[in-house]
Design a protein around this ligand. Structure first.
Ligand code: F6R
Length: 598
């Protein structure tokens, strides 16, 4: 996946394009490029991050252009494979996010007509196709006609020599138009545009859009004009900036009390019937489908739903769900995705609808693709998340799952008034419980530093904390590059114990509930193999210090809700490990924030 931006207006395009592009760097950062329409098409591209592009590019005069930051899928991350691409005659330049799946066939027939290619990418064919079409018409029509031959997923942006316009198109890759005064913008994500405008128009699959200085024209695949009202984005520019923190990830970790509060705002009352999230509950089970961190949120959701609603809940990885056999039951399918653009999860939503199931999406980004694929949407309201590692979107996904379970439990008459009252007051306490953890960031940093040279780490939990162990392992591996594994504590003796030694610390989540004694037993098994044990435990646990080498103490709250403060402590753990190891925290190697490829 990649980030694309476009600009047409009365100002110099180059600095605006670079500024917007920097806000999309989380989408990919292995090469970058820019094209500006001025005296001909000026193109500059390079391998590496946007900083390398900025440092190397010449000044480009002109008030229309496009730019791109790449995360390689087809073709190595080299300067040759960086976007933009031009046709043979240098009359058009294009940038692309997605995959042209039939590019080999297209390339062969273009080559037979005499076109020459300079890269290994799928994208380049499109530059040649548009250029050939442009000889006989306007740019919008040339793009629309060329798209008829393209199979795959895309957000394209195209400029042509001598024309102050950008034409763009979308199919399963995000694309949004930003409306300015005497200028208009295009981007893969609204966060790129917030400095310039908060009025946006989302482009839908199959549509082609042409922006000029003072017009936006959208047409469908057949060329029929489409009208759509602009939306106002409430996120401020400041929301998308680092706000004094060294990394977006740390800022986003510290925003979690406010994010949970925002997520709950006005909704607890709704659970009692004013404004239901979900209607038509003829289902007798729930299936949660998601990827990565969102999948781990789903695993926690299983415990929450089974406890509060009393119906079975299963959780499946999106790419597995798509190809699984449809069960005879008719579950409510809950799709969790912070970006709302993860292709596997969108495909899963379509599959669920095909199977006739009710669908609900738990999503952070307003107007994102998944919102158009489901029956109901619950926004997590975490605000923009820029760090590649998901943090505040995870805890707000959990918040949304509590609310969903509360609603389903209320509608299904499983929860008594007293039970609902207790749950609501626990939810209202969550921001404070998280703030308590944040207040201990220095302590967590000191413990993390002691173990930052480890090569492997194991995270163990029981019951609802088992998925938290998995999420902590995922955070640790993705940003600190320490190999991390999350296990149900009882499972260690079925294999993983073989890997333990004094060099493999074990982080144990110790809950003051019915699993406590068993967890102490598991910790003893670990200590017997000389592995250091770091316990995350309740502040009133006076025994745990005898069993663990280090303890991170957290406020004691009921186990059903403690996944939230516990994961915040372990996000800090991963963050400080990565900081100590000098890792690229906001942009870890090889991964990107929004995965719009299968
Ligand atoms: C890890 C992380 C990823 C995402 C996954 C799904 O920190 O962020 O594992 O959770 O790529 O993304 P969404 O939630 O946008 O569908």
């Amino acid at each position: 996946m990649c980030g694309i931006v476009g600009y047409v207006g009365g100002k110099e395009a180059q600095p605006i394009l670079i500024d917007c592009l920097k806000r999309l760097e989380y989408r990919g950062y292995d090469s970058a490029g820019i094209a500006v329409i001025g005296d001909g098409i000026q193109v500059y591209k390079t391998g590496g991050e946007i900083a390398a592009l900025e440092a190397g590019m010449p000044t480009m005069k002109g008030s229309a252009g496009i730019a791109h930051t790449r995360w390689a899928t087809q073709g190595r991350p080299t300067t040759e494979n960086a976007h933009p691409f031009e046709g043979c005659e240098g009359k058009v330049a294009i940038v692309h996010n997605g995959i042209i799946s039939n590019f080999m066939d297209l390339r062969e027939s273009l080559a037979a007509e005499g076109h020459e290619f300079s890269s290994e990418t799928d994208t380049e064919v499109f530059a040649h196709m548009v250029e050939a079409e442009l000889n006989s018409g306007d740019l919008l029509t040339a793009v629309r006609k060329s798209l008829k031959l393209v199979e795959g997923t895309y957000a394209f942006a195209v400029v042509a020599d001598g024309r102050d316009e950008v034409v763009a198109a979308r199919c399963e890759s995000p694309l949004v138009v930003g409306l300015g005064n005497g200028e208009n913008f295009l981007a893969s994500d609204v966060t790129a545009l917030l400095k310039y405008t908060n009025r946006v128009v989302y482009i839908l699959d199959g549509e082609v859009v042409r922006i000029t200085k003072d017009s936006v024209t959208i047409v469908d695949a057949e060329g029929k004009q489409v009208t759509r009202n602009p939306e106002r984005i409430e996120w401020s520019m400041e929301d998308a900036e680092k706000g004094g923190y060294p990394h977006f990830m740390l800022k986003e970790i510290f925003e979690q009390p406010a994010a949970i509060h925002e997520s709950l705002l006005g909704r607890i009352g709704a659970v009692d019937g004013d404004e239901p999230f979900i209607t038509g509950n003829s289902f007798s089970s729930v299936k949660i489908v998601a990827c990565g961190t969102s999948y781990n949120a789903g695993l926690v959701g299983k415990y929450i739903i089974e406890e509060l609603v009393g119906i079975p809940a299963t959780v499946q990885i999106s790419s597995e769900y798509r190809y699984s056999a449809a069960a005879r039951e008719n579950p409510l399918v809950v799709l969790i995705t912070q970006s709302g653009e993860t292709l596997d999860t969108i495909a899963a939503a379509r599959e669920a609808r095909k199977r006739g199931n009710s669908t609900v999406a738990i999503v952070n980004v307003m107007g994102s693709a998944i919102t158009r694929e489901v029956d109901h949407v619950i926004y997590t309201r975490a605000g923009p998340e820029i760090g590649v590692a998901a943090t505040k979107t995870f805890v707000t996904q959990l918040t949304a799952l509590y609310l969903l379970a509360l609603e389903l439990g209320s509608k299904g008459r499983v929860l008594t008034a007293q039970a609902k009252h207790n749950i609501v007051s626990q939810l209202r306490n969550l921001p404070r419980a998280v703030q308590d953890v944040l207040n201990q960031a220095d302590t967590i940093e000191a413990v993390a530093k002691k173990y930052s040279e480890a090569r492997d780490m194991f995270f163990i939990g029981r019951n609802i904390h088992y998925p938290i162990a998995m999420e902590a392992a995922l955070k640790t591996k993705e940003i600190s590059y320490i190999h991390g594994e999350g296990y149900p504590a009882g499972e260690l003796k079925h294999g993983p114990l073989a890997l333990l030694s004094k060099d493999s610390p074990v982080i144990a989540i110790v809950s003051r509930d019915h699993t406590y004694d068993k967890m102490i037993g598991n910790i003893s098994e670990v200590s017997a193999r000389d592995s250091p044990v770091i316990a995350v435990a309740s502040e009133d646990d006076t025994e745990i210090g005898k069993f663990a080498d280090d303890v991170i103490y957290l406020r004691n709250i009921p186990s059903l809700f403690s996944p939230v403060p516990v994961i915040v402590a372990l996000q800090l753990w991963a963050y400080y490990l990565a900081k100590e190891r000098g890792c690229s925290i906001d942009k870890p190697r090889n991964i990107a924030k929004t995965v719009t490829v299968e």
